[in-house]
Design a protein around this ligand. Structure first.
Ligand SMILES: Nc1ncnc2c1ncn2[C@@H]1O[C@H](COP(=O)(O)OP(=O)(O)OP(=O)(O)O)[C@@H](O)[C@H]1O
Ligand SMILES: [Mg+2]
Length: 260
């Protein structure tokens, strides 16, 4: 069974070289997690506090919240990259973490070779990736560039390649962090359908995004993360309404209606 359960999970980042004398006791700004001190008087950023999360197969959850709210940290906690400082996180299922589309790519080898490498990084077998190679290559529309080393690619060309690979896998748990901004509009429209298909065959999706359009297209429910805490949970339009107001929520509802 595929599942995610966290119980009172906290993630602190100790900052040993902070200029701590001039720092206020506990700081809560518009951006970022709370800055405080731990028991040893070391300055810490409290990136996540008391996260209780219980997800099952079929859950598609969006994460909204201000810069530094803790969305990416939560995804990294669920992927096992971070251990909780307190509390626990139990994740059952094969995780495909898609945080940084460029991670696991080598600038000196060709696009085609990078497709295979990136697939291995996401938990696919070499044979599976070979079988998918033609399909991915066609999707990217990169043509002969696929035989050139990756360092000759523009940013958007790299994202095309990475998106082609990511949208070709079958993940049990898909953790998606936004970073899709670099491709041109026409390609994004094309990627959207593939992303939707990817999500449809994933067991659980957790997707951090500042784009309401993407949230509405890929998610059913959402969490509002605020200074490291879950401030609200509910249907995606309700959470967007709470976080951004009625105008944004109306837009989300229109997309939800089209989706049906
Ligand atoms: N490696 C790290 N070391 C120290 N502090 C960190 C580290 N990673 C994140 N933080 C802090 O943790 C808090 C949460 O950051 P996180 O990246 O999770 O935010 P976010 O919600 O993803 O923000 P954004 O919308 O800007 O992507 C911030 O205060 C950030 O400064
Ligand atoms: Mg982030």
């Amino acid at each position: 069974m595929v599942s995610i359960d966290t119980y009172g999970a906290c993630v602190d980042f100790p900052i040993f070289d902070a200029k701590s004398r001039s720092m206020k006791k506990a700081f809560l700004g518009a951006a970022g997690g709370a800055i405080g001190r731990n028991d040893s008087n070391v300055v810490v950023v409290e990136a996540l506090r008391d996260i209780d999360l219980h997800l099952r197969t079929g859950d598609r959850v969006g994460l909204v919240g201000h810069n530094g709210a803790g969305k990416s940290t939560l995804l990294r906690l669920l992927s096992g990259i971070y251990e909780p400082t307190r509390g626990s996180a139990v994740v059952r299922g094969r995780v495909a973490p898609v945080f940084d589309l460029g991670v696991g790519m080598d600038p000196e080898i060709s696009g085609l070779e990078n497709i295979i490498i990136r697939g291995l990084f996401l938990g696919q077998s070499r044979a599976r990736m070979r079988a998918k190679l033609d399909d991915i290559a066609e999707f990217t529309e990169l043509g002969d560039y696929l035989h050139m080393p990756l360092r000759t690619y523009s940013t958007g060309m790299r994202v095309r390649l990475a998106l082609g690979v990511v949208t070709s896998i079958e993940p049990e748990i898909l953790l998606l962090d936004e970073g899709i901004g670099a491709v041109d509009a026409a390609f994004l429209a094309k990627a959207r359908d593939r992303l939707r298909d990817l999500v449809a065959r994933s067991g659980i999706l957790v997707f951090a995004s500042h784009s309401n359009e993407f949230l509405a297209q890929l998610c059913d429910t959402a969490l509002w993360v605020d200074h490291g805490e879950i401030r609200a949970a509910g249907a995606v339009d309700e959470i967007v309404a709470a976080y951004e107001g009625p105008e944004a929520a109306r837009h989300v509802r229109e997309i939800l209606k089209e989706k049906k």
